[in-house]
Each structure stands twice: as structure tokens, then as C-alpha cells.
Design a protein around this ligand. Structure first.
Ligand SMILES: NC(=O)CC[C@H](N)C(=O)O
Length: 201
């Protein structure tokens, strides 16, 4: 089985005096069902290169959650994951914030948008959308990538009708970014296929 590392959200929990790495449990059941062993990654370990080398994983998911800049330790870990994946030619799937992070890593930026929280898009534009039988996607984000803010070496694969980039890929590395959350649609065939194809399961 493929062993895929997945980054987690990092949150302060003041009433417990704790800082937590956490992941929606739906991710573990989704990935296990797809024959993937999910390995949650710890943002507090600072020796990233030794940590990632010791794990010896088959690829990575950058999950959703915190805004970029909100949690520097999470940002740094994800930066190291992309450095490591580039050096080892490993597949990366960026989900929502994860796609935003790939874009940031490649020198792109984000715009603040409205109308993309707790909604769906059923009319995505782009040949890749029909090839992958994507009929609708969910949406839970305040920031977006556009054709004007997309990073270097990235190409858009899908847009919403209002011009937001909903999916992108790296031109040279096996990196895919999607703005929707497959874990929130755990039985959507198009997502299952995308994830399994991407990680060659
Ligand atoms: N769901 C997410 O990953 C959200 C990412 C980021 N916090 C945004 O609002 O755009």
C-alpha cells in the first residue's frame, strides 16, 4: 500500500493551554478505503529533512485549513515538503489551502473573494473537468488563485464561471492542486479516481 504523508491544521487551544496539529477524521477513512495509508505529519518537528527522509513516504497531501501566514511552523513544514518532493520527484496533492500553498511556493499570490464559502460549483470550465467527469465541487475558502495571480510553472486546469482557478498542475513536477475538499464528499467517484490516479494506487 502507498504511504502518503498528510499535513495537518495547526491551532492554538487557549482554554487547554495546548497547540494542536489536527486533521478531520474523514481523511483517514477516505484514504484507507482508497488503499492509501495516511501518515499525519507533525508541524512541531523542526528537523524537516531528517524527519521526511526517515518517513520515506510515497507522496504528500497538503490539506486544507489555516490561512497562509497564520501558522509559520505549518508553512515551513509545507515548504520543506515541497522542497523534498521536488528533489525526490514525489507526487503532491494540494487541497484548498494546499493548492494555495503550492501557488505561493511558486511565487504566486491570492486575492480575497466572496461567495466561495459553504457552496458548490457545478459549472466548472476546462477540458480537464469533463475528462475527469467532475460534475460539481464543494467550496470553502475566502482566498483564491486567478490567472493574474497564478505562480510560475503552474497551469490552470479548471476555472469557475467567475474566473477563479479551481484546479492547477505543475508543468514539470507531479503536483496537482484542487480548491475543493474531497474529504467532505467521501464517496464522490470523480475524487476517488483523481486521488488514486495521482498517487498511482
Ligand atoms: N478550506 C481551506 O483550506 C481554506 C483555506 C484558506 N483559509 C481560505 O480561506 O482561503
Amino acid at each position: 500500500m502507498k504511504r502518503i504523508g498528510i499535513s495537518q491544521r495547526r491551532d492554538d487551544v487557549p482554554n487547554r493551554n495546548e497547540t494542536r496539529d489536527s486533521l478531520d477524521v474523514i481523511w483517514s477513512s477516505l484514504l484507507w478505503r482508497l488503499n492509501i495509508i495516511p501518515i499525519p505529519l507533525c508541524s512541531e518537528i523542526q528537523d524537516h529533512l531528517s524527519y521526511l527522509a526517515a518517513l520515506n513516504l510515497d507522496g504528500f497531501i497538503l490539506s486544507g485549513g489555516n490561512d497562509i501566514g497564520e501558522s509559520p511552523k505549518r508553512d515551513h513544514l509545507e515548504n520543506s515538503i515541497l522542497d523534498y518532493s521536488k528533489a525526490k520527484n514525489l507526487p503532491v496533492l494540494g487541497v484548498c489551502r494546499g493548492m494555495q500553498y503550492i501557488n505561493f511556493y511558486q511565487g504566486g499570490s491570492l486575492i480575497n473573494i466572496g461567495g466561495h464559502v459553504a457552496t458548490q460549483h457545478s459549472k466548472l470550465v476546462g477540458g480537464w473537468v469533463s475528462q475527469n467527469s467532475i460534475n460539481y465541487v464543494n467550496s470553502f475558502h475566502n482566498y483564491a488563485v486567478t490567472d493574474q495571480t497564478i505562480g510560475e510553472q503552474l497551469e490552470p486546469l479548471a476555472h469557475t464561471e467567475d474566473g477563479v482557478v479551481e484546479a492547477l498542475q505543475h508543468k514539470h513536477h507531479p503536483w496537482l492542486g484542487i480548491m475543493w475538499h474531497p474529504e467532505r464528499e467521501p464517496y464522490q467517484t470523480s475524487n476517488d479516481r483523481l486521488i488514486q490516479q495521482h498517487f498511482k494506487v
